[in-house]
Design a protein around this ligand. Structure first.
Ligand code: C5P
Length: 424
């Protein structure tokens, strides 16, 4: 399972396709952009339709394909001006030298060239043509004009061409184009989050997953924690503008985009890493890890051999990571988790006080539909007394949605001024 933020919701891309053999790659491009979560509309020139049919793109984009400037049917629904306004980005791929020339000259004799003039969205072109046509002075002059006009040019690659020539002029692979578009929106999203996000300018450290306590070189004690909640929180904190460091026990999850991950194994390693990060400066510490309560007193140097009917292994208590961090002089805002099978709220409230936490989120792991290995969770959040904030019930939802609500709860507590409550 992945908490990749690569899915970009609610962004509109117009893919303009012009006449060139590379048009076949645009079918995959549209597919990849849809996979990444974009709404895609396709505009085709007449030349493009000689290489590939509009029907292909209608099926792939899930939208009617636009081919005519003055098509009464299209103008009644989404005419060229609406289309120009709809776009968050216009990507012409492949862009023929004819189209580049039209754009540079400001001609508006078909839908695509009209759209180019009518849109205020960023315009990207991915030229693809014969290497001699690419090198032609007129093409280079037109490109220079377009760059001057603010168009982003995705440079063609060098290689063997459909016409048999070898040289510059191949359109980059569709996956690469889709990656560049996705990257652009991620960066834009991140820039906004870093300024206005709920956790902008905060460094959040999150512990996640189980710990693994060695018995001998081949055996260990651990638990069933999957780390999903911690990873979802890391993604949500990053999306909220925070710098995020994830201290992960052994789990098989992809690192969320933009998150720094430090892998650890044992509870002692997790504590050491947490302390080091505290020195780096940490504003919020979220402990979602299911830390083993005990570790083996003396880890055997060699594999323990089978002998006798019983085996005694002495265990000693592990340090409580969250409680240790909470005792430090420059303590961050401390968030703990409690997974209980009974008296959930009572035990959680007790831990909030005993571990000197600012906030605790608790759930009932006796419920099979939520918690540990599940993709969903339901929680109750308590704040330390000084915050004068009432408890919050977070209804059953995906771990991503719960993570988002926890980010909101952290933000509210960080910005809550109890003195103001008393004034009323
Ligand atoms: O005591 P219990 O394990 O129920 O406490 C849960 C909370 O304390 C969680 O936030 C967990 O990550 C944290 N914890 C810890 N170090 C431990 C045990 C628990 O940070 N050794």
């Amino acid at each position: 399972m992945s908490f990749d933020l690569s899915v970009i919701p609610n962004k509109n891309i117009i893919v303009g396709i012009t006449g060139g053999i590379a048009a076949y790659k645009s079918a995959i491009l549209v597919r990849r952009l849809k996979d990444a979560g974009f709404n895609v509309r396709v505009v085709m020139t007449e030349g493009a339709q000689a290489f590939i049919t509009p029907l292909t793109f209608q099926a792939l984009s899930g939208n009617p394909v636009h081919t005519q400037l003055l098509d009464p049917e299209a103008e009644a629904g989404m005419g060229h001006i609406e289309l120009a306004r709809w776009a968050d980005l216009v990507l012409i791929a492949p862009a023929s030298c004819d189209t580049l020339a039209k754009f540079a000259a400001g001609l508006a004799d078909d839908l695509l060239s009209t759209l180019y003039l009518a849109t205020s969205a960023p315009v990207w072109v991915a030229p693809a043509m014969n290497q001699q046509m690419w090198a032609a002075k007129a093409t280079q002059r037109n490109l220079a004009t377009l760059v001057d006009d603010g168009v982003h040019v995705i440079m063609p690659e060098s290689g063997s061409q459909a016409c048999g020539d070898v040289g510059l002029g191949r359109m980059p692979e569709p996956e690469e184009l889709a990656r560049q578009v996705t990257d652009y929106f991620h960066k834009a999203q991140r820039a906004i989050a870093e300024k206005f996000g709920l956790l902008a300018s905060k460094h959040v450290v999150i512990t996640a997953g189980p710990t693994r306590e060695a018995i001998d070189p081949v055996r260990y004690i651990s638990n069933h924690s999957t780390g999903k909640m911690g990873f979802a929180l890391a993604a949500a904190c990053y999306a909220a503008g925070a710098k995020v460091t994830l201290i992960a026990g052994p789990v098989s999850l992809d690192t969320p985009n933009g998150v720094r991950r430090i892998n650890v194994s044992s509870a002692v390693q997790m504590l050491d890493t947490s302390m080091q990060l505290l020195d780096e400066g940490c504003d919020v510490f979220i402990a979602t890890a299911a830390v083993a309560d005990y570790r083996v007193a003396e880890v055997a140097e060699h594999k323990i051999k089978k002998s006798g009917d019983e085996l005694d292994i002495a265990l000693i208590k592990n340090p409580d990571i969250v409680a240790t961090i909470a005792q430090q002089d420059k303590r961050p805002f401390m968030v703990g988790f409690a997974a209980e099978t009974r008296n959930v709220e009572e035990y959680a409230a007790g831990k909030l006080v005993a571990k000197k936490l600012d906030m605790i989120a608790c759930n009932d792991v006796s419920r099979a539909d939520i918690g540990f290995a599940s993709d969903e969770n339901a929680m109750t959040v308590f704040f330390a007394e000084g915050y004068h904030l009432p408890k919050r019930d977070l209804e059953k939802a995906s771990k991503q949605e719960i993570a988002q609500q926890l980010v909101e709860a952290i933000h509210d507590a960080l910005h809550h001024d109890p003195a103001q409550d008393e004034a009323f």
